[in-house]
Write a protein that binds this ligand. Structure first.
Ligand code: NAP
Length: 341
């Protein structure tokens, strides 16, 4: 087929800007690229592949000649735009949580369940960033020895909330170091020099919505409806890369060496695990990389069939933009784009 026309909604955002960089880095073939953002940004320009492209209004008509629409704005914007773009013929890759649990929408991590794209209806969702890196590490283990239960504590970077949160951490840190009183706007509490066990609203059962996503999305991606997941999602004053302490219970015993080998052989996972030499994954090392890094792999001394580990990945890349572009690459490879008209 001819190179696809692509529309990116949310091109000025934390994910959108990284997305445009990765489009260049992966040489994703594009015929015509159009960029959209909120009305605030109309008229501004962004440089992509050496061209200064204007930010355009997000009208329904903009999707008329689009083959792919990457929508990376907010859940509310996705609820409105995803059906419009899909109905006008674009294959929509949606970064928000709006359609992730819709049974008619595949939720895809291309290394794990690319075949789910075969039943698409012009829409695929990407998972939440904290889910993606966890399932990337755990799926090769689950295939060898089915997982019964996961306990995960996350340490999530502020870029997971977008550009305003990154700015807030910067401003609060500056203000505190200068002896001032920091303004609190994005989060319910100050995030600079703080740790907050609260990401997204609290639900009836006491978990937050972010924590529930880690349960339901993991089951859908891994086709494992019985896996139990108990998550505590925590925001930390880090700009980029989420870290996770993951404790897994398998059906049968699993040796750390076997877990290490299975993960090291899985595409997109890198094992960094030599604690005596101070080598384990770090947020600062994972930043700007596409892989998921795993270390501190050890027997869980509290559980007969348990393994514990530390998982780190760049939330804006594999947690969002890279995964979205990989889905588009898979759609092209499998010739799943429906003929326009
Ligand atoms: N950040 C992550 O790690 C991550 C990971 C996975 C998924 N996601 C999802 O990706 C999406 C974007 O997140 P983000 O972190 O990039 O947020 P962000 O930095 O706040 O960016 C939001 C983007 O949406 C645009 N926008 C806002 N209202 C719009 C409208 N009415 N029409 C068109 N565009 C509009 C903004 O444009 P202006 O600049 O003009 O305001 C901006 O480009 C969210 O759905 C989020 O849940 C994020």
């Amino acid at each position: 087929m001819a190179n696809p026309n692509v529309v990116v909604v949310g091109a000025t955002g934390a994910v959108g800007r990284v997305f445009l960089r990765i489009l260049e880095q992966r040489h994703f073939p594009v015929n015509r690229l159009r960029l959209c953002a909120s009305p605030r940004s109309i008229g501004k320009r962004i440089k992509v592949n050496g061209d200064e492209l204007p930010l355009e209004a997000t009208t329904p008509e903009i999707f008329d000649d689009a083959d792919f629409a990457f929508i990376s704005a907010s859940t509310a914007v996705s609820r409105e735009l995803v059906p419009v773009a899909a109905q006008r013929g674009a294959f929509v890759i949606d970064d928000s949580s709006a359609y992730r649990m819709d049974p008619k929408v595949p939720l895809v991590v291309p290394e794990i369940n690319p075949e789910d794209l075969e039943w698409h209806r012009n829409i695929s969702a990407i998972p939440n960033c904290s889910t993606t890196q966890m399932v990337m590490a755990l799926y090769p283990l689950h295939k060898a020895n089915p997982i019964k239960r996961i306990i995960v504590d996350t340490y999530q970077a502020v870029s997971g909330t977008g550009t305003l949160a990154m700015e807030e951490l910067r401003e609060q840190s500056r203000s505190l170091l200068d002896g001032g009183a920091p303004k609190v706007a994005v989060y319910p509490h100050r995030i600079a020099f703080n740790v907050m066990p609260h990401i997204e609203p609290f639900m009836e059962d006491g978990y937050t919505r972010e924590e529930q996503k880690m349960l339901y999305e993991t089951r859908k991606i891994m086709h494992a409806p019985d896996i139990a997941v108990s998550a505590t999602c925590v925001r930390v004053p880090v700009y980029l890369s989420h870290s996770e302490a993951v404790h897994v219970e398998f059906t049968e015993p699993m040796e750390p060496e076997e877990a290490r080998d299975l993960m090291a052989a899985f595409p997109g996972v890198i094992v960094v695990d030599d604690p005596k030499k101070n080598q384990y994954p770090l947020a600062i090392d994972a930043a700007d990389k596409d892989e998921v890094f795993v270390g501190r792999i050890r027997k869980d001394s509290s559980c007969a069939n348990g393994i514990a580990m530390w998982v780190v990945s760049d939330n804006l890349r594999k947690g969002a933009a890279t995964n979205a572009i990989q889905i588009a690459e898979e759609v092209v490879k499998r010739e799943l784009l429906r003929p326009r008209g």
